[in-house]
Design a protein around this ligand. Structure first.
Ligand code: SF4
Length: 365
């Protein structure tokens, strides 16, 4: 007869997760490193990481009597369709283009917790998180053998790549732990070299304050001038260190079947695959609320998304966006005025350079 651990793992897969593994509910070198990482100022404005630091280091502080952590992963579905030509668009990190994964995976994990109680046949304690509590999902996913943490600090599954949603269930059940997976980055450093803001202080160490994903989502104030050009077309998040990773770029990679439709529930929404910058810049708060309903993309806030879209517009070289940008230059919000003025200057400079290039027969793009 199968033991409880095997049945718990099989149950997780039967409930739609691609990978399920078990780690001991103990601090790991990775979770301990958080103290040093925070002390070096790499967390930036993410004070929530600092507030519950000791819980993030030791999961037994999160659930009293915790013995095991069940880690689950779900690969993202296929990428959105190609960008329609002829309009300037912004880019959105792949994980944020559909329904909010916190909610979708969170619901499924709570159902899994209930089934676990039945499986255990006795009262047990459980607590689940999907990026929603003081538990380092990536660290325990690696410890549970469902991937390794790459030099880009993402969890990498050798078959599914790193575009993954992760979740954990803490429990007082003494389950059998899996062996951690070996690191397969080898001598590769594509992610470190590709990052336009050199956000990796060292392999496996991200300085969030230099990361474009952090800047567009977590940072609340102005984006430093020195980062604006590097931001390119990013309206929310950045996937570059994953895009260049050979574990993601293997041709023909397809997510596993999705018989319960869990992945389908997180499918990208068509308007967020490659949102037009003009549309983004025209979103007032009410329309933004409607357009981002039940999406993790709300995290940047309406103001943050506009700020990002203004920079993307400035970088687009598309002078047709000037009127949309100009409206924000007249805003009452100094943050938006600052970014709009920057974008206008950049768009006009590009326009002038193009005109000069046409005049001299030299092309600039
Ligand atoms: Fe590791 Fe290379 Fe992928 Fe970076 S790009 S995470 S170094 S395999």
């Amino acid at each position: 007869m199968e033991d409880l651990t095997s049945r718990a793992l099989a149950l997780g897969q039967a409930m739609g997760f691609d990978r399920v593994g078990v780690a001991p509910a103990l601090p790991t070198p990775q979770t301990e490193f958080l103290r040093q990482w925070v002390a070096r100022g790499f967390a930036g404005e993410m004070q929530y990481l600092v507030r519950r630091l000791e819980e993030r280091v030791d999961p037994r502080r999160v659930l009293e009597g915790a013995r095991s952590i069940i880690a689950v992963s779900l690969a993202l579905g296929p990428e959105a369709e190609e960008t329609p030509p002829g309009r300037a668009v912004g880019s959105v990190a792949r994980y944020a283009r559909g329904d909010d994964y916190h909610r979708v995976l969170g619901e499924r994990l709570r159902a899994y917790e209930n089934e676990l109680v039945t499986l255990a046949g006795q009262p047990i304690r459980t607590k689940s998180y999907v990026d929603t509590g003081p538990v380092q999902e990536r660290a325990y996913s690696a410890q549970a053998g469902i991937g390794w943490i790459g030099k880009n600090t993402c969890l990498i599954d050798p078959e599914l790549g790193s575009h993954l949603f992760l979740g954990v269930v803490l429990t007082d059940l003494p389950l059998r732990a899996n062996a951690p997976m070996a690191d397969h980055c080898g001598t590769c450093r594509a992610c470190l070299d590709a990052c336009p803001t050199r956000a990796f202080d060292a392999p496996y160490v991200l300085d969030a304050t230099r990361c474009l994903s952090y800047a567009t989502i977590e940072q609340r104030g102005a984006i430093p001038d020195s980062m604006r050009e590097a931001l390119g077309d990013r309206a929310f998040g950045c996937d570059l260190c994953q895009e260049v990773c050979p574990w993601n770029s293997r041709s023909g990679r397809r997510p596993p079947p999705d018989p319960l439709g869990l992945r389908a529930r997180l499918a990208p929404r068509s308007e967020w695959g490659a949102p037009g910058l003009e549309w983004l810049l025209g979103l007032d708060e009410k329309n933004w609320r409607t357009a981002t309903r039940r999406m993790a993309l709300r995290r940047s806030g309406h103001r943050g998304l506009l700020r990002n879209a203004l920079i993307a517009a400035g970088n687009s070289g598309d002078s047709a966006l000037i009127p949309a940008v100009q409206r924000h230059a007249a805003s009452e919000d100094p943050l938006l005025v600052d970014h709009a003025v920057w974008a206008l200057a950049r768009l006009r400079a590009t326009s002038r350079a193009r005109a000069a290039g046409r005049g001299s027969g030299v092309t600039t793009s």
